[in-house]
Design a protein around this ligand. Structure first.
Ligand code: PMP
Length: 443
């Protein structure tokens, strides 16, 4: 087949002039190309945020799918409701009860992963230039969505206890003083991506109070809430303010991301718009995926499976923290996640995680530089390390290599007063800007 190739000056290049203004925010991150190299087997990737579905009982899933097609195939393979399968929406209510949420199936809109819920919520609230308050740092996929709707993202500071209430108050006041009003606050209260931290119970109450007083809608993004390593799940913000919070959930981390089943729980008026926006986008979320999730929840020990995931991730978290303590040079600090997938490392003063990445990849270890998680160019001194996918031994080896690179940078800096130029990327294959899976910086 002949695929038309774009060459300078060709007709295909002309289309660039016709793109809508909103495409200006749709750019691949600068580090995306590097990850094509980082995905080679000799590189320990601490970059990707892919759930480790090696722990999934595939035989049982296969049986569930086979029975679904055999017994209810004409429904499962047909178009469905724009709001999502009613049985599944009821089951989602059961899942959310674990986090104190008391919702009705009518409140729920099933989406193509929680990523689509983020897209729909942004679509119905944001005109170009509108302000979204978002944690600093924030999930990179949310920032991409916000950019594609030309939102103005104002970051709000975080620490080891999550979003800082005083910073939120200041940000609300600053946005007001500029004559605008933030459309919503985007927050990940549990096992934050990328920081790994949780919003403390005291701060949950305080954040709700501040947002209520400011009449500010909260978008609570919670894909990792059931992946805590100790104790019961934290109480959702939505559990204490049904009218002030749009809650986003997902089966990507508790079951499987390939099914692309997530959901939004929203106050009634918002829910109506969400369904209309979803219908305009995808007609209906995939019925086959929804019925697979529904049958899995009905017939398989899903709570035990989540426990299996938790144990797997806990072992990997322990390996990463242990290796960081063993190998990192003085001056580096990191968060201490009690669940989820990520550790946020802050480098010794003066080092730049983005500038260092090519040298790290040469040393056969990859991470995501902190700048990917900010809309405003901050974050150069930090990086996200994910412990979800590699084996504990590979994690230890990856951290050892990374610590070696950081120590070298420190040495060069003390000798020459700046980070070294470092070798260029080695190897034959040139990095390709397109990869099969979403860039690991996106997950
Ligand atoms: N929110 C956060 C914080 C995430 O980390 C992710 C995926 N990594 C998503 C949303 C999207 O997940 P999905 O679309 O698979 O539900």
């Amino acid at each position: 087949m002949n695929v038309p190739q774009s060459s300078p000056g060709s007709r295909l290049d002309n289309y660039v002039d016709r793109y809508a203004a909103r495409t200006a925010g749709m750019t691949a991150s600068e580090v995306r190309a590097l990850f094509a190299v980082a995905s080679r087997p000799e590189v320990v990737s601490l970059a990707g945020g892919m759930p480790n579905i090696n722990a999934l009982p595939l035989d049982a899933v296969a049986d569930t799918v086979a029975r679904l097609v055999a017994e209810r195939g004409t429904v499962a393979l047909q178009y469905g409701s724009g709001q999502g399968d009613e049985t599944l929406r009821g089951q989602i209510c059961d899942v959310m009860r674990l986090e104190g949420i008391d919702a009705h199936p009518d409140d729920i809109t099933v989406t193509v992963g929680s990523q689509q819920a983020l897209d729909l919520v942004t679509r119905i609230f944001i005109d170009p230039g509108d302000v979204i308050l978002a944690e600093a740092p924030s999930y990179v996929g949310a920032l991409s969505t916000f950019a594609s709707y030309q939102a103005n993202v104002v970051h709000v500071g975080m620490d080891d206890d999550g979003l800082i209430p005083e910073h939120l108050e200041n940000a609300i006041a600053a946005v007001r003083a500029s004559g605008k009003r933030a459309k919503f606050l985007y927050t990940i209260p549990n096992f934050h991506n990328p920081m790994g931290v949780c919003l403390s119970p005291e701060r949950r109450a305080r954040i709700l109070e501040i947002c209520r007083a400011a009449d500010l809608l909260i978008v609570e993004d919670n894909p990792y809430g059931l992946l805590g390593f100790d104790g019961d799940p934290m109480r959702a913000l939505r559990a204490d303010d049904a009218d002030g919070v749009v809650y986003l959930g997902s089966f990507s981390k508790t079951f499987a991301p390939g099914l692309r089943v997530g959901w939004a729980v929203a106050p009634h008026a918002v829910r109506e718009k969400l369904v209309l926006a979803a219908e305009a986008s995808v007609l209906s979320p995939p019925v086959f995926s929804q019925m697979t999730v529904s049958a899995y929840l009905e017939t398989q020990p899903w709570r035990a499976q989540i426990k299996t995931y938790r144990e797997m991730y806990r072992e990997r978290r322990d390996a990463m923290l242990d290796a960081l303590r063993t190998y990192m040079p003085p001056g580096a600090t990191w968060t201490n996640p009690a669940g989820g997938f990520f550790v946020w490392v802050t480098l010794p003063e003066g080092l730049d995680a983005k500038a260092m990445l090519p040298r790290a990849v040469t040393a056969r270890v990859a991470y995501v530089p902190g700048t990917a998680f900010y809309a405003d160019g901050f974050g150069a001194s930090s990086m996200r390390l994910s412990f979800c996918y590699p084996t504990p031994d590979r994690i230890r080896e990856g951290v050892r290599r990374l610590a070696g690179v950081i120590s070298q940078e420190l040495e060069l800096r003390s000798m020459f007063g700046g980070p070294g130029a470092g070798p260029a990327l080695r190897g034959g294959a040139s990095p390709s800007p397109t990869t099969q899976a979403p860039g690991p910086d996106l997950a």
